[in-house]
Design a protein around this ligand. Structure first.
Ligand code: HEC
Length: 411
């Protein structure tokens, strides 16, 4: 920290410093003794960094919208910050810049800790920022159209449940371009994951549209970029349910926001996936990789790693036609409960012939606290006690009105 020689930090001197100057110096800690209050200092941070998940209906177990809601969690907030559990973000900071980065800005963690250590005072409600406006029930802005499962699915209390496939016709009479999409579980306890694929007339295989999995972000792209849903398509919900000891019901849905202007780039879902998984019992460090070759110039816009309970680490690399290689995303400690998309702040051009390589490492030993059975050999399969290895990535391809649209990777 920068120190100004003659200035001893006392109340009198501090009030002379303009607030922006103070922020620059990260004075938060210096204020700790007297001044850090909920409404003035903490509430703005919770609004920007925590409330997207910690509000009713979202993944966070408790809302953090008001002082009354946050105060009882002060100690837990401190420990979650110190262990790095919150905010949840697994990407190695050395590689890639992501627009949905959840990490706190410099000084914010210190402010939160100082508030807790100072007894978590409320301060004056007059200092409170305006409450942040959220669209209730969604993380994307209000959807233009919502498709819901026609009937609730009854999830039994016990046992493995086969994947359910539920078709919902769109009745679209023209092609639709979608610039944001969110799959919402009806019952978070019951839905392990959900994938919505598009079955288009004349298409010979289904195409990935969007999904929900633990910790997953909704999908939205930059202006001008959109996914295509062809006229007459049917949406197919692939539902993976989990039992939880009591009967439950679920009715999941998907919300779509249509592009307001013609899309200039089509967003195409691709994957580097390995289906030939065979992880030996008790192997603490089983490695497998998969490659996908880019066969037309495009731009990389987002990445997402998918593994199950034995997942340990995951890395994406690009190997360019000129031999250069680059790490796109590294997740040194994969967390099964957090499988977000990582959206690149600046899209990355991928020349034709680029190879996208995904490398996954699995821990099938007893050291892995999530491992249901270290003595089992593990193969590819749909249930969480089976394994998967998928490096999902979205690319943007220029739209040429004269050329047919590109297809997403089949599913
Ligand atoms: C992307 C969504 C998300 C964001 C952003 C987020 N949280 Fe959480 N938070 C969760 C989920 C989900 C859990 C439950 C995790 C679990 O039980 O393993 C959780 C758990 C917690 C807990 C732990 C409760 C306990 O059981 O001890 C605290 C405290 C917490 N969050 C505080 C925060 C704070 C403070 C921020 C912002 C700095 C934040 N969270 C940001 C989703 C989020």
């Amino acid at each position: 920290m920068m120190v100004i020689p003659e200035v001893t930090v006392t109340g009198t001197v501090r009030v002379l410093l303009p607030p922006s100057f103070c922020a620059l110096l990260h004075c938060a800690l210096l204020h700790a003794a007297d001044a850090v209050t909920f409404h003035k200092d903490v509430e703005p941070i919770l609004q920007n960094r925590c409330q997207s998940c910690h509000r009713p209906g979202e993944a966070g177990p408790m809302p953090l919208l008001t002082y009354q809601q946050a105060r009882p969690w002060a100690k837990a907030i401190k420990s979650a910050l110190l262990t790095g559990k919150m905010p949840p973000w697994q990407a190695d900071p050395r590689y890639g810049k992501f627009s949905n980065d959840l990490r706190l800005a410099p000084g914010e963690k210190e402010t939160l800790l100082a508030w807790v250590d100072g007894g978590a005072p409320e301060g004056s409600p007059a200092d409170a920022p305006k409450p942040r406006a959220f669209v209730e029930g969604w993380r994307i802005p209000a959807p233009d159209m919502v498709f819901e499962m026609p009937q609730p699915f009854n999830v039994p209390a016990n046992g493995a449940i086969d994947y359910q496939y539920i078709s919902v016709p769109t009745h679209f009479t023209e092609d639709k371009w979608v610039e944001a999409v969110e799959v919402r579980p009806g019952n978070r306890a019951a839905v392990h994951h959900a994938i919505v694929v598009v079955d288009s007339p004349g298409g010979n295989e289904e195409e990935y549209l969007a999904g929900y999995a633990p910790g997953m972000t909704p999908q939205s792209w930059k202006p001008g970029q959109a996914r295509l849903i062809k006229a007459g398509s049917t949406l197919v919900f692939q539902m993976h349910y989990q039992s939880a000891g009591k009967p439950m019901t679920d009715r999941s849905k998907i919300g779509l926001i249509f592009a307001k202007k013609p899309a200039t780039e089509q967003i195409v879902a691709m994957q580097a996936a390995a289906h030939w998984i065979a992880i030996p019992p008790n192997d603490p460090d089983y490695r497998i990789s998969a490659t996908e070759i880019i066969d037309q110039p495009c731009e990389l816009v987002g990445l997402r790693a998918h593994m199950h309970l034995r997942g340990k680490s995951f890395m994406f690399r690009a190997i360019y036609p000129d031999g250069r290689s680059e790490i796109l995303l590294n997740i040194p400690q994969f967390d099964f409960h957090w499988q977000p998309y990582y959206y690149l702040t600046a899209p990355k051009p991928l020349p034709r012939g680029t190879r996208i390589e995904a490398s996954a490492v699995y821990d099938n030993s007893p050291n892995n606290p999530l491992n249901p059975n270290p003595n089992a050999a593990i193969f590819w399969g749909p249930q969480t006690w089976d394994e998967m290895m998928i490096g999902w990535f979205d690319v943007a391809v220029p739209v040429h009105p004269a050329l047919p649209a590109v297809r997403n990777t089949g599913f």
